[in-house]
Design a protein around this ligand. Sequence first.
Ligand SMILES: Cc1cc2nc3c(=O)[nH]c(=O)nc-3n(C[C@H](O)[C@H](O)[C@H](O)COP(=O)(O)OP(=O)(O)OC[C@H]3O[C@@H](n4cnc5c(N)ncnc54)[C@H](O)[C@@H]3O)c2cc1C
Length: 481
Amino acid sequence: MSHRSPRDSLLDALTGLLGARGLIRDPEAMARYVTDWAGDRLGLPLAVARPASTAEVAETVRLCRAQGVPMTPQGGHSGLVGGALPAADGGELVISLERLNRIRDVDPGNFTMTVDAGCILEAVKQAAAEHDCDFPLSLGAQGSCQIGGNIATNAGGLNVLRHGMMRELVLGIEAVLPDGRIWDGLTRLHKDNRGYALDQLFLGSEGTLGIVTGAVLKLVPRPEQRRTALLGLPSVAAVVALYGLARRGCSDLLTAFELIPRRCLELAMEATPALADPLDDVHPWYVLMEVAATGPVDLDAMLEGLFERGTERGLVLDGALGTSEAQAQQLWQFRESMLEGQRRHGEHLRTDIAVPISAIPDFVERASRAVMAQSPACEIIAFGHVGDGNLHFNILPPRDLAEGDKRDHLHALEATLFRVLDDFDGSLSAEHGIGRTKQVAYLARLSPVERELAEGIKALFDPDDLLNPGRILPVRSPRRE
Ligand SMILES: Cc1cc2nc3c(=O)[nH]c(=O)nc-3n(C[C@H](O)[C@H](O)[C@H](O)COP(=O)(O)OP(=O)(O)OC[C@H]3O[C@@H](n4cnc5c(N)ncnc54)[C@H](O)[C@@H]3O)c2cc1C
């Protein structure tokens, strides 16, 4: 008599529930689901489930729970901390949200839209634009990341200084809990103070508390005019001083203020040869900034005034203004291509730290000194969102280092960087989350009270530790077979 293991029975039941399109077991077809954008690590899933409705997600979760099989919710796999990667032991079922991709409703009168969690961010922005609205979350991965992933990571991006992070852009959530119950928290209310804000617990929970299946998003009026400028500056201190002038002088219409070192422009031009040096001279630091407005506002006069004041004070050395949409897009292309340029250099340290805005110059100086003292041949690439105090202080390993030694070397540099960060009471994750890659450093800095509360929340939602086990917090219980 043939013996069916509990896992075989689960896969049979899932095939029955989801059909052939809804369950992938062929290793070649699963290749797309075993790595993230960085491509540094590979996972090995038991299989990939692709439910097409909230009810199918709930039933999939119930079946997994009955067999004690751990699950990995997966969005657009653009996360950068290994959260959506299945474990390498072949034991986790990936639950991809990619087929839950319906815009459920747009309500321009209420400035909200209700969407499935698997909707791609870019598609959500387009749907909002069709109603003369904007969903203001903008980030480099918007062509692939999903709303559920944005919620699970509390994504930030380029416009946080004006519109806030995902936390501020979500009014309601629908989620499947780790026992398969569906929680319908899809409120469209802009103000609602009834008890605990349960929906907020899912923001930044990295798929450890429930699988987000739907969300109500906040919209803003679509800007009628937008101006983008790239400026050359002499120092990081000048960048932060100019940011202060811009915040005060741009009537709160500033939507982006990005710090870019010269090396990043070079990486962008390497990755996209069509890009040419945007300014006549070479400068050590650049700012890519944007202002946007609806209504009768003279953005050109506003920016001219800012550039004049910045030049008088020796902060701005040169600049290029993108007045047309095509020119603006070309300037933004530098920001996007520089990420691809870094990726081409292979495995490197990616960080998303935060310090108080006023401390950015001091932090960059001290952290650079500490890192270069330890590894004189490494290359520091520090860029980021000045208005949020959020820097990507990235490090390329020395070119002559053996491939097999790179990871340990980068880990040691990360530890040094985080020690400097501690002196500034900074955050070791301002955007990407903890996942697996930041867990050790995160736990080392949690107070006993914080750890008890975090473990209590996880245990309340997921007593069997089946949803994204080992992300944020360590794996809790021995697995049932
Ligand atoms: C080029 C590039 C630029 C980026 N820029 C930024 C930036 O500016 N700001 C920023 O904050 N991030 C940025 N990121 C990181 C990344 O895009 C975001 O973290 C994004 O929000 C992840 O969404 P995703 O759908 O790809 O999620 P995934 O990578 O698939 O998953 C990320 C985490 O969320 C969980 N998850 C996914 N979907 C769900 C769901 N429906 N329910 C529950 N849990 C779920 C996963 O288990 C995992 O833990 C960037 C990444 C890249 C590659």
